[in-house]
Design a protein around this ligand. Sequence first.
Ligand code: NAD
Ligand code: IPM
Ligand code: MN
Length: 362
Amino acid sequence: MKKHVVLLPGDGIGKEVINSAKDVLNAIAEEFNHEFSFETHEIGGAAIDQYGTPLPESTVEACGRADAVLLGAVGGPKWDNNPSHLRPERGLLGIRKALDLYANLRPIKGFKNLLHASPLKEEVVKGSDLLIVRELTGGLYFGTPSERRDNGQSVVDTLAYSRKEIERIVDRGFQAAQQRRGHLTSVDKANVLESSKLWREVVEEKKSQYPDVSVDHVLVDAAAMKLITNPTQFDVIVTENLFGDILSDEASVLTGSLGMLPSASLREDGVGLYEPVHGSAPDIAGKGIANPVAMILSTALMLRYSFQMENEGKLIEDAVQSVLDAGFHTADLQIENGSLVGTAEMTKHIVDFIKSQNAAKC
Ligand code: NAD
Ligand code: IPM
Ligand code: MN
């Protein structure tokens, strides 16, 4: 099969881990006789430096033509004091909106044999396997731009959601639960926020369309606590944009590192953008020590969701599992024994596993 993939490395470790994704895809192409063509475009700080905007039109156009998009990460201290419209993060929000990628799926599953990598007790983490379905193109992130008032001493951010926006993401949550263990937790702040009251109403109305899914509502503050005290109670969590952002970084603690979490940002038709949950990690950028697993697992999600390449996606996941089982890991995973490796070596072990499966078949 021929597929055209747009690569958006972005900034910091985004530029490093995107190479891992490409190496893995090349190995998959070899193994399964596919042809992946690549085109690289700038986004975020790199685009600001080169084009004076975090999201050049040429990047949007290329993504629009692609079969799928892989994104590293954006941002960094160099651009932190820029005005809002010239911040790298604006590029990321802009491409999500431009492609209408309203559904962000963030699977969180502790790798077996890595339970001790989490700072949480092993018996708490054991068996945790959940999916956060995060609304990605609405809410506070896309409210009316705030203006400073009172001589710059007060500001307003707007949290707006329409019923239609809530319905489509809630449907995604129910559908994901149907494919998994049949339980949906809707996370909101309906004891305070009007938008959350509408959100809860929609979830209640939709319940009857999905009789095979059991539903509960949890307030976001309690959800944050439950995620790290009793994570196995969750199957699918559906929630609005900002809550999903915060809860997913928190949930990464179950896996031992933010560098382990992949994500898929999807619209209705299967075209998607695949990105690790983590950011550009300025504290370790340029050192060659970033964990490539989140990016590589995002690539596996791309193969499954955009290209229906189920076996190929599974082989990548098996490769990651096998390399971790063999004790190889990057420095972000707090493991005492095993072999500490950098980004390139970790990637090479994963690629070698993929190729060895090929050799085994021949
Ligand atoms: P971050 O996710 O970049 O880093 C948080 C911590 O986790 C750091 O200590 C970092 O070293 C570590 N970490 C993250 N990914 C890692 C990996 N793959 N391997 C090893 N360690 C890893 O969050 P931050 O420091 O709050 O933000 C830095 C910049 O990234 C900011 O400009 C922010 O806006 C941006 N950001 C971008 C994205 C994105 O592009 N999707 C996501 C989050 C943050
Ligand atoms: C993420 C990031 C982004 C978000 C930032 C960089 C805009 O934190 O993808 O989780 O908040 O959505
Ligand atoms: Mn985030």
